[in-house]
Design a binder for this molecule. Structure first.
Ligand SMILES: O=P(O)(O)OC[C@H]1O[C@@H](O)[C@H](O)[C@@H](O)[C@@H]1O
Length: 283
């Protein structure tokens, strides 16, 4: 059976042998395997019982990214990265089940009562032989404009983060450096290496495509549509060792490449739909 569900997870398998596991909690992709190899980092200390957002995988960040803004009050009251990653989603439909791809659609439950906006949130995950596609759909079902931030917080597994190189961040792309208290910089162009703590929100990345050379022979492309920004995060030892649910030395075994709409708030009109897409492929 290419789509199997139990009370906690959905597992998709593709005839090529590729597979993906999605926790209903947070609609969090926790595993993506191709060619017999795990491509996604999941901390062995991650809470998988619904008591906290899952450390690793691909958490869905919505409707705010990072600490919430100070107003309006219903946004100010939200938790870091919003509520979607700690809600229990449902499998709504199997959309595709053939060799071109195996695809499912999940639906989020209604938002907390303290967040009085009408919208529907769906997530479509499609597995192909060498590709994983994640589409986040936000539909404004209310009578007023609805604003939000959204991001896919993808932890890609790498053997040693100090040996990777990231490409595709065009020269001149503006970024906010959270390690430097939000200082704004401009990307120099050329490969980005992780030789220290990195927490940067690149705004409106023109290429909409980040390349990852994992330093051990594997190359990935992370392409995005609808999403315009991309956060690159790795806490290094200095911060990584303080994260309670991070496995020992885990910070060295992933890089977060996080396509999103986060440098501003996206606003959609009543009846309007936003689709943010991330495609990760193995080159
Ligand atoms: O610990 P959390 O809430 O999952 O966040 C992890 C990281 O997520 C990144 O997206 C942020 O840019 C970082 O600042 C943050 O530390």
């Amino acid at each position: 059976m290419p789509v199997e569900q139990n009370d906690k997870t959905i597992v998709l398998t593709h005839p090529s042998g590729a597979s993906v596991e999605i926790y209903l909690f947070g609609a969090t992709v926790t595993s993506w395997k191709t060619a017999g190899r795990e491509r996604i980092f999941l901390s062995n200390k991650a809470h998988l019982d619904g008591s906290a957002a899952i450390r690793g995988g691909i958490p869905v960040v919505f409707p705010v990214f990072g600490p919430p803004p100070s107003s309006p009050p219903e946004y100010a009251a939200l938790a870091q990265h919003g509520f979607a990653r700690t809600q229990t989603w449902k499998l709504e439909k199997i959309l595709l089940d053939r060799s071109e791809g195996v695809s499912v659609r999940l639906v989020a439950p209604p938002p907390p009562a303290t967040f009085p906006h009408s919208f529907e949130l769906h997530y479509v995950v499609t597995l192909a032989a060498h590709e994983l596609v994640c589409n986040l759909h936000v539909l404004n079902t209310g009578t007023e404009d609805f604003k939000f931030q959204a991001l896919l917080h993808t932890y890609l597994a790498v053997p040693d983060v100090s040996k990777i190189a990231l490409t595709g961040i065009d020269a001149g792309t503006s970024y906010k450096d959270k390690v430097l208290g939000g200082a704004v910089g401009a990307a120099p162009g050329g490969p980005l290496v992780i030789d220290q703590q990195v927490d940067r929100v690149y705004a409106k990345v023109p290429s909409k495509e980040i390349g990852l050379d994992d330093g051990a022979g594997d190359h990935y492309k992370v392409r995005f549509r609808g999403f315009e920004d991309c956060t690159i995060w790795n806490p290094a030892d200095v911060t990584g060792s303080k994260i309670a649910d991070m496995e020992d030395g885990g910070w060295n075994r992933y890089v977060c490449i996080e396509p999103g709409f986060v440098s501003e708030f996206k606003s959609i009109k009543p009846g309007e739909q936003f689709i943010g897409q991330q495609t990760i492929s193995i080159a």
